[in-house]
Design a protein around this ligand. Structure first.
Ligand code: ZN
Length: 182
C-alpha cells in the first residue's frame, strides 16, 4: 500500500532523471503502477484535500506515465505535448514533492496531449487553462524538470534557503516525508 510517505521529495536525484518510454510488453505492469499512484494520491487528498495528478517518477517508477483524477481517472502513457499555444498565463503552482511551497510559473494556455491509454489506444486530448497547466506540470516530471527550475536570478536566490529547508525536511508538514538530504 503506497502512502504519502512514499512520494519522493525535492533533492532526491530520481526527480531529475528523464524517464524512459513504457514498452508495449510492459503494459501488464501498468495497472500495478497506476494502483500505486492512485493510493499515494488518495492519501494526499485525504490529508490535504487536494491533488489532481501524480507522475510515475514521484514514486520512483522511472517511466513516462502519469495519472490524473479529474471528472474521471486518466491513465496517460508516453505523452507528447503538441500545438502549445503562444499565449501563456501565470499561476501559483504546487507539487506533492514540495510540501507547502507555492511557486509562480508561466504555462501555455492550451495544448494537444497525444498519449496511449491503459488499453494502449492512441488518444488526443485538447486542453486549456487549469488542465493544460496540470498536464505541463506532470509532463515536466517525466523530463526530470521541477517547477522550481523555472525560477531565475533573484527569485531563485530568494527562495533558495527555503528550498534547502524543504530538502532537509525542515519545513513543517502534517505528515512524515522521506527527505534524502537528512
Ligand atoms: Zn509535481
Amino acid at each position: 500500500m503506497k502512502t504519502i510517505h512514499d512520494i519522493l521529495k525535492l533533492g532526491d536525484p530520481r526527480l531529475y532523471e528523464v524517464c524512459t518510454p513504457v514498452l508495449r510488453e510492459e503494459l501488464p505492469e501498468v495497472p500495478v503502477w497506476i494502483q500505486q499512484l492512485h493510493e499515494a494520491m488518495e492519501d494526499v487528498r485525504r490529508v490535504y484535500g487536494f491533488g489532481r495528478g501524480i507522475a510515475a517518477p514521484q514514486l520512483g517508477i522511472m517511466k513516462r506515465l502519469f495519472y490524473l483524477q479529474l471528472d474521471r481517472p486518466y491513465v496517460v502513457i508516453n505523452p507528447e505535448l503538441k500545438g502549445l499555444s503562444e499565449e501563456e498565463f501565470e499561476l501559483w503552482d504546487d507539487c506533492m514533492s514540495f510540501p507547502n511551497l507555492l511557486v509562480r510559473v508561466k504555462r501555455h494556455q492550451s495544448l494537444s496531449l497525444h498519449y496511449l491509454d491503459e488499453q494502449w489506444q492512441p488518444q488526443v486530448w485538447k486542453v486549456e487553462g487549469a488542465i493544460s497547466e496540470l498536464i505541463q506540470h506532470e509532463y515536466d516530471h517525466l523530463e526530470g524538470i521541477l517547477f522550481v527550475d523555472y525560477l531565475k536570478g533573484l527569485k531563485k536566490r530568494m527562495i533558495q534557503s527555503k528550498l534547502i529547508d524543504v530538502s532537509k525536511g525542515k519545513v513543517s508538514t502534517d505528515y512524515r516525508m522521506i527527505y534524502p538530504l537528512k
